[in-house]
Design a binder for this molecule. Structure first.
Ligand code: GDP
Ligand code: ZN
Length: 302
């Protein structure tokens, strides 16, 4: 038996498209993994495949440990469903203008990345139309890397592509922010659905969320996860939400009450930091909104 390591690019039912050193192949699960945890294999998983199969279809024998996992929880099921694995970075796009930046949507997308342990960054596009500040500074001051670019006139694009090259990156952000324009420049013909708002995913049981990973000619992969903005929040513990705001993390354990939700409790370190300007009031507002959403989903936490 000859084995090699491959990366799952796409899954359709029980069939996987796997990229290996020797090219792209179709593969199915073999042996133990087929029965044990077949539904756990997702886009981005690094898998061990048997390349000497007479049928021409490769057999997936096992998966390598994951670095991280983007998961979705639906309100009708407690079980989290894996969506994509081993992402290097989520890049959250916004336009400097046209459309105007939506800070709360950007916060939500960053929280999803944080909750799934995926490093995140912000791309402020359309710098030819308006100054990228203050939206760039809003995120930079809390430690996120920010790229100021204009896909239209090429400003900053090279530096951004240097980050994408050789990595596994997920583009997300409101429609109109310029993600497809960048993809077109990067690799014409790559048709990924990247808009946070373009893939409206229902909440019924027929919901299918399948991610696709596209290899880049310059090295690396782009991941398309339809409905990314719906992913993740269901899986966050109300007490863990603070951890998804990097600027609030240092304040953990500093509130008077250990179970502080940072809403109305006295001697709250987070609200203190908002009052003295250490924490951005808009970011805190996003925290409150997301906490309200999480607590309003009854089947979330017993
Ligand atoms: P997406 O929905 O995020 O994929 O956004 P698109 O790539 O479709 O871009 C939306 C519109 O913005 C298109 O008309 C683009 O031509 C335009 N656009 C993209 N990047 C820039 C830019 O840097 N500057 C300007 N002025 N327009 C841009
Ligand atoms: Zn507090």
């Amino acid at each position: 038996m000859t084995e090699t390591i491959g990366t799952i690019l796409e899954r359709e039912g029980g069939t996987f498209r796997v990229s290996t050193d020797q090219g792209e192949f179709t593969a199915i699960l073999r042996g133990k993994v087929k029965h044990r945890d077949g539904d756990r294999y997702v886009v981005g998983d690094r898998v061990r495949v048997d390349t000497e199969d007479p049928s021409g279809t490769l057999g997936i024998i096992s998966a390598e440990p994951r670095r991280n996992l983007l998961e979705r929880r639906s309100p009708d099921s407690r079980r989290a469903r894996p969506v994509a694995a081993n992402l290097d970075r989520v890049l959250v796009f916004t336009a400097a203008a046209n459309p105007e930046p939506l800070p709360q949507l950007l916060d939500r997308l960053l929280v999803i990345a944080e909750a799934n342990d995926i490093p995140a960054g912000v791309v402020v596009n359309k710098c030819d139309l308006a100054s990228p500040e203050p939206i760039a500074i809003r995120f930079e001051r809390i430690g996120y890397p920010v790229w100021r670019v204009s896909v239209k006139n090429g400003l900053g694009v090279e530096a951004l592509l240097a980050e994408v090259k050789g990595h596994v990156t997920l583009f997300t952000g409101p429609s109109g922010s310029g993600k497809s324009s960048l993809l077109n420049q990067l690799q014409p013909g790559l048709a990924l659905r990247t808009s946070a708002t373009s893939a409206k995913v229902g909440r019924g049981r027929h919901t299918t969320v399948s991610a696709v990973m596209a290899p880049l000619a310059m090295g690396g992969y782009l991941v398309d996860t339809p409905g990314f903005s719906d992913v993740g929040l269901w899986g966050i513990d109300p007490r863990g939400l603070m951890q998804c705001f990097p600027e609030m993390r240092p304040l953990i354990d500093q509130c008077k009450f250990a179970d502080c939700h940072h809403l109305i409790e006295p001697h709250c370190a987070v609200r203190g930091a908002v009052a003295d300007g250490t924490i951005d009031a808009g970011r805190y507002e996003s925290y409150r909104i997301l906490l309200g959403e999480i607590r309003a989903s009854p089947e979330q936490w017993e």
